[in-house]
Design a protein around this ligand. Structure first.
Ligand code: FAD
Length: 384
């Protein structure tokens, strides 16, 4: 067993780390306060090849493996989870889904634009009545000749108002759940489509989160991404990729929380000594280190399984469940180590804590990951 990174993976780590620490991290607090980050950053990351890491070069990507992809998410997530979320949705949920399910024409048309950052994509699965229960889609696609007419609403859609292209899930036979589900790949500058930014989030404030509205939106049959009845499969396969992004980003949050805490513990003095001298503080640091390392190993293991081309649902679910819980704990311990200052946005832990909180909610809550893992262990599905 070889735990070392390849030369290519090391080079990716070095490049993305340097970019993130210089161009993202110094601005993360201001972007959090402003509730947005410059869209131009996406173009810059596209030019550097960060947006299409596992996409073949023939479609404008970098043609690298899933460990390299995990490294990109960890490094960007270390600097700012809002930017990492934008990137994860673009690369894991949108590009990889088009790569797996799109026609050759769809791949050639959409992937280069997404990999370069010229276009931004979003993934529209969640609805007011369909979150964990994703097959309960109320957005209806009605067939009229060789067109579809879409009516419905999506909520909590990352990149929603920024997106040039959206993967949208809908129901073709109301009440039929998985059996009638379909996915479309839609350009958003069209009549019948509207996106509105959602406000008031606890964290991830610089990431655009939107509601999407479809009002008699006419969609060509050629804009379908799959056969009728395959929509749920498309969604679940997309989440096998998306959850990798969340898990890797959480390793970045935990590592940032640890690094900030070690530095603070060496600098802050109480009772005439740096607090790093106290065993109770070292115990917190040790726990953060062990859990961060364990989370990273689970992420790399899941990435390795993906590199083999094997089914990755379980290792990805394990990595996502564990890493998102670790990110929350690490950010919380970092606040503890920073004392009162940890409660202020003058220091990073407060934002890490708020940003990390969403990771055990989106792309399947921790409870949903437990049910996926439980089903694998027992052979019994708690979803039915
Ligand atoms: C900032 C943000 C960004 C997001 N981005 C996107 C995006 O880009 N695209 C997208 O489609 N969605 C997105 N989401 C939506 C997200 O994936 C959902 O919020 C999530 O899947 C949970 O669904 P829900 O909010 O409806 O909660 P619910 O499904 O209503 O769950 C509520 C609670 O019940 C628990 N629960 C539900 N069912 C069960 C069960 N069977 N057993 C045990 N417990 C259960 C859940 O774990 C949770 O604790 C985003 C959400 C947020 C907050």
């Amino acid at each position: 067993m070889d735990f070392s990174l390849t030369e290519e993976q090391k080079a990716v780590q070095e490049t993305v780390r340097a970019f993130s620490r210089e161009k993202i991290m110094p601005h993360a607090r201001d972007w959090d306060v402003q509730g947005s980050f410059p869209r131009e950053l996406i173009r810059e990351m596209g030019e550097l090849g960060f947006l299409g890491v596992p996409i073949p070069e023939a479609y404008g990507g970098s043609g690298m493996d899933y460990v390299a992809e995990a490294i990109v998410f960890e490094e960007v997530g270390y600097a700012d989870s809002s930017v990492r979320t934008t990137l994860s949705v673009q690369m894991s949920l949108v590009e990889l889904t088009i790569l797996a399910w799109g026609t050759e024409e769809q791949k050639q048309y959409f992937l280069p634009k997404l990999c370069s950052g010229e276009w931004i994509g979003c993934f529209g699965l969640t609805e007011p009545e369909a979150g964990s229960d994703a097959s309960n889609q109320q957005t209806v696609a009605r067939k009229e000749g060789d067109e579809w007419v879409l009516n419905g609403q999506k909520v909590w859609i990352s990149n929603g108002e920024w997106a040039d292209v959206a993967i949208v899930f809908a129901q073709t036979e109301p009440g039929s759940r998985h059996r009638g589900m379909v996915a479309f790949l839609i350009e958003t500058d069209r009549p019948g489509f509207e996106a509105r930014t959602m406000h008031g989030k606890l964290g991830l404030r610089a990431s655009n989160t939107g509601e999407l509205f479809f009002t008699d939106m006419r969609v060509k049959d050629s804009e379908r991404l799959c056969e009728i009845g395959e929509g749920f499969k498309v969604a679940m396969s997309a989440l096998d990729n998306g959850r990798m992004g969340v898990a890797s980003g959480c390793v970045g949050i935990a590592q940032h929380a640890l690094d900030a805490s070690v530095a603070y513990a060496q600098e802050r003095e109480t009772f005439d000594k740096p607090i790093a001298n106290y065993q109770l503080v070292q115990a917190l640091l040790a726990d953060m280190h062990v859990e961060t390392e364990a989370a990273r190993m689970l992420v790399y293991k899941a990435a390795w399984v993906k590199n083999q081309g094997d089914k990755s649902t379980i290792p990805v679910s394990v990595a996502k469940y564990y890493s998102s819980e670790v990110a929350k704990r690490a950010a919380d311990m970092a606040i503890q180590i920073h004392g009162g200052y940890g409660y202020s946005n003058e220091y990073a832990p407060e934002r890490l804590w708020r940003d990390g909180r969403v990771a055990s909610l989106y792309e399947g809550t921790s409870q949903i990951q437990q049910l996926i893992i439980g089903r694998h262990l027992t052979g019994v599905s708690a979803f039915e």
